[in-house]
Design a protein around this ligand. Structure first.
Ligand code: PMP
Length: 410
């Protein structure tokens, strides 16, 4: 009997006393080692391209040479990029605070003075986007993802009808967690759709802009230009960072937008700091050099993590293929695999895995308010453990899916 075999396998799994962590999309220490040289930089160098001394105050917008290096991959003109600290999430947070406490460009009042503020959240999506909105009382409205990006019929309908909808979260390339890259048509529709709110914003979190796993990099359309051409120049806030390029804890982040939004953002930023950490910016420029240097560096990451993504796919196929108990994404980039189990099973699979010493992102985290109504989606983050640990963890996870599937579905 399948259920007996599943129970036996599960007891055996528990007996192993595992302690494995697949919760967060962190680079492994071997990946961090790829940027070891960064810790020895900038050495004696301290002069920026414009002749300024990076050790001193100033340079609020960030080094122009670093902005130029990332301008192409983020699809934002150099003059319209701002370099932030080590976290793009912090720049998203600050953008929301600035919108709440200061009137956004084109807006009529501060978001804090609106009766209701809501964001569309394509699901499955990134839990920290949702948590950030929740913290400030912004209502979260889920919209389904499709293989081309968010369901645009639904997005257009909601955004045109409800002036309380001020934003949408988008991870346009190798989305967290399902690996989807938005089609050109989706991007064009997002850029051009009518919005009831005059200060509607697309939060374009291009966290995985250069994080390819294959030799055919995904290309996405240039949302900033398309929005400007459609008469919505101030609609898009673009974000990116080197958290998964260089050092997750000591990288640099970016905000990009229209000239008016960049001036608006700098107006707030400049009240809280006299200037950015330009020494870190300079060492990033020396280390990455140019776009070719960046791409070569990302190929080295891909060589380290591709085998991990392949192992997940191979083990899930072997242990769950043809059982009807699971389907999963095979992303061409990014940091995550999304595993779909039968309705009503995700929480129980995660609980059983935890009992066997395999920590997974909580079921539901991929949805607003931590509530996946179908209780079906599990996010797998394969990059951090080493390959052997990962193989044990995924095989254990498959055992948990078989057990829960057999118990719940008979
Ligand atoms: N956005 C997305 C979609 C992410 O997956 C992550 C990291 N998991 C972040 C942002 C965090 O970026 P940062 O380190 O630049 O704050």
């Amino acid at each position: 009997m399948e259920i007996e075999r599943a129970r036996r396998d599960y007891e055996e799994l528990r007996g192993k006393g595992l302690k494995l962590d697949l919760t967060r999309g962190k680079p492994s220490s071997t990946q961090l080692d790829l940027s070891a040289e960064l810790l020895r930089l900038p050495g004696d160098a301290h002069t920026a391209a414009d002749g300024s001394d990076t050790r001193n105050y100033g340079g609020l917008q960030g080094l122009a040479e670093l902005r130029a290096l990332f301008s192409g991959v983020l699809q934002v003109p150099t003059g319209q990029l701002i370099v932030g600290g080590n976290s793009s999430l912090a720049m998203m947070h600050d953008s929301i605070v600035y919108c709440l406490l200061g009137v956004p460009v084109g807006g009529e009042r501060r978001w804090a003075d609106e009766e209701r503020v809501a964001f569309l959240c394509p699901v499955p999506g990134y839990d920290r986007h949702f948590a950030l909105c929740e913290r400030f009382g912004i209502e979260l409205i889920p919209v389904p993802m499709t293989p081309d990006g968010p369901d645009m019929d639904e997005v257009e309908r909601l955004v045109a009808a409800d002036a309380a909808i001020k934003g949408i979260w988008c991870v346009p390339k190798y989305s967290n967690p399902d690996g989807v890259s938005y089609s050109a048509q989706t991007v064009a529709r997002l850029a051009a759709m009518p919005a009831a709110a005059p200060d509607f914003r697309i939060f374009w979190d291009n966290a995985y802009a250069v994080h390819h796993l294959t030799d055919q990099p995904a290309e996405i359309a240039d949302v900033l230009t398309l929005a400007a051409e459609a008469g919505h120049p101030d609609r898009v806030f673009v974000y990116g960072s080197t958290s998964k390029v260089t050092l997750a804890g000591s990288g640099v982040s970016f905000f990009g937008s229209s000239p008016a939004n960049v001036a608006w953002f700098l107006g707030f930023l400049g009240k809280g700091t006299i200037g950015a950490d330009k020494v870190n910016q300079l060492r990033h420029v020396i280390f990455l050099r140019d776009e070719d240097g960046l791409r070569a560096h990302m190929r080295r990451h891909a060589e380290l993590i591709r085998p991990k993504f392949e192992a997940v796919d191979r083990i899930l196929s072997k242990e769950l293929g043809g059982t009807g108990l699971a389907s999963w994404s095979s992303p061409a980039g990014g940091y995550f695999i999304s595993l779909e189990v039968p309705d009503g099973c995700a929480k129980e699979v995660v609980r059983r895995a935890a009992e066997a010493g395999i920590a997974l992102t909580p079921a539901g985290a991929t949805h607003p308010y931590g509530n996946d109504p179908a209780d079906r989606t599990i996010r797998i983050a394969p990059t951090y453990p080493d390959l052997e640990e990962l193989e044990v963890a995924i095989s254990g996870l498959a055992t948990c899916v078989r057990l829960v599937g057999a118990e719940k579905l008979g």
